[in-house]
Design a protein around this ligand. Structure first.
Ligand code: SAM
Length: 206
């Protein structure tokens, strides 16, 4: 409780922009697409790197749909408490490590984007959902490099974003992740939140 009280005060104003019906719809469909295309190297479950998880709807859905060995979430410092509180409330069985906490037993680990010491490789899945559009082109390029490094060969990168944003889906540095494009479409959940199409691309890294 001593952790949760201050956290609830900090995340409450974010609620309308991160957990409306549309976000639930979008993240559930994304989780199903990931489960359809991802493979783990053995039976221990998927390892996932997510940039910008917000209210952690995708982690919650993925944990409900398949076995997850570890889910690494990179987000802004003031948004991490919101995702943490969501997980505590709706997925209490998921063991969580906040930045700086011991990670050995955690199946979901938060990483602060300002102190990113994340250089692990071998992930089965990397994902960004409606988040690159809020960043600079420089941020997006750095995250593409991170994804290219973190994904194992055969791992999938799922990217769901739009062109009508500061940083355009079309102009991401796609060349930095070489692989086969498995899905390239207007996101099936696009069009409900606003009329600008949201695009979905899933690439399997070579
Ligand atoms: C519109 S929300 C989407 C959240 C979630 N992916 C979803 O679809 O419900 C955008 C997310 O990107 C995160 N974000 C923005 N800039 C970021 C950065 N430079 N590094 C990491 N995350 C960032 C925000 O904190 C937020 O979690």
């Amino acid at each position: 409780m001593e952790r949760d009280g201050p956290l609830i005060r900090s995340w409450y104003p974010l609620l309308p922009s991160l957990v409306d019906h549309y976000d639930l719809f979008k993240n559930l469909d994304a989780a199903r697409a990931i489960v359809n295309h991802a493979t783990s190297v053995n039976d221990s479950g998927l390892t996932v790197l997510e940039i910008g998880a917000g209210g952690c709807l995708l982690p919650m859905f993925l944990h409900g749909l398949t076995k997850i060995r570890r889910h690494d979430v990179v987000d802004l410092d003031f948004v991490i408490p919101f995702g943490f509180a969501m997980l505590r409330s709706f997925a209490p069985g998921v063991s969580v490590a906040l930045p700086g906490e011991p990670t050995e037993d955690a199946s979901l680990r938060f990483h602060d984007n300002n102190n990113l010491a994340f250089d692990e490789a071998g992930h089965d899945v990397a994902v960004n959902i409606t988040s690159f559009g809020e960043m600079t082109q420089g941020n997006v390029s750095e995250y593409f490099a991170l994804v290219a490094h973190a994904l194992r060969s055969g791992g999938i990168f799922t990217c769901i974003n739009r062109n009508a944003k500061a940083t355009r889906f079309d102009s991401y540095p796609w060349h930095s992740i070489t692989g086969d494009v498995l899905v390239d479409e207007v996101d099936p959940t696009s069009g409900y939140h606003d009329p600008d199409p949201i695009f979905r691309r899933i690439v399997r890294k070579h």
